[in-house]
Design a protein around this ligand. Structure first.
Ligand code: SF4
Length: 230
């Protein structure tokens, strides 16, 4: 299942992997940033800290142990619960790097909230996206999907629904996609008409283009009207 970075969340990965039993080819917000030199060389980034599995702890840039303390769960506005492993530095007082490392109040140590499942999901997705076949499928998204929305928004100025309710919105969008498909159909036939011998076809396609424009304008006018007149 292919989607852009805005959809790369733990909840969506869960849905794709568990409910739909598919591979998520969906990047997450930090996907590109994680590949940069700056990110990889940032000392204060916990992903760059040395980790010791036996003691389940990290080593911070000041050489202090940041060990696992407890598990924490948080439920967001979306009603989805995320689980975190909470790590805490043994002693941040008098650390010369403190101002660069943490915003924790004076007297408090730096804490890390580590979401194990999310990290595994990200690693899995990254692996899938780096493979030739799946990477190719993801690359096609830009060509297949984006131009349709670009055309709808920029050329047909379809930037918002004029109806409410899922069923009505589906119908309205269906009409809009129909207009896009008709336009594609026209363009295809117009290309075949560059040969002067096919002039008739070209005239026909110009005519069809006008029809689509008119159809869409009328459709828009109708859909913009209130449902009831009092
Ligand atoms: S602030 Fe704490 S965690 Fe950060 S470098 Fe200093 S001792 Fe380590």
């Amino acid at each position: 299942i292919v989607a852009d970075a805005g959809y790369g969340s733990e909840q969506n990965y869960d849905d794709v992997l568990i409910n739909r039993e598919r591979i998520p080819l969906i990047t997450y917000n930090m996907y590109r940033k994680e590949k940069t030199k700056k990110y990889k060389q940032n000392f204060f980034n916990t992903t760059n800290w040395e980790y010791d599995e036996a003691s389940d702890s990290f080593l911070c840039p000041n050489g202090k142990k940041v060990a696992f303390q407890y598990l924490s769960k948080r439920t967001g506005k979306d009603n989805f619960t995320r689980a975190f492993k909470v790590y805490e530095c043994e002693d941040c007082s008098d650390c010369p790097l403190r101002s660069q490392c943490t915003k924790a109040k004076e007297g408090n140590n730096r804490k890390i909230y580590y979401n194990e499942k999310w990290e595994q999901q990200k690693a899995y997705t990254k692996q899938q996206l780096s493979e030739k076949e799946t990477g190719k499928i993801y690359g096609k998204r830009k060509i297949d999907v984006e131009p349709v929305f670009g055309f709808l928004k920029a050329n047909l100025r379809f930037t918002r629904m004029s109806v409410r309710g899922k069923k009505k919105a589906e119908n309205e969008l269906g009409f809009a996609f129909m207009a896009v498909n008709l336009r594609k159909y026209t363009a295809k036939h117009a290309n075949g008409a560059t040969n002067p011998e096919n002039n008739l076809t070209k005239k026909g396609s110009d005519h069809l283009s006008m029809m689509i424009g008119t159809f869409f304008r009328y459709f828009w006018l109708v859909m913009s009207q209130p449902l009831f007149i009092q």
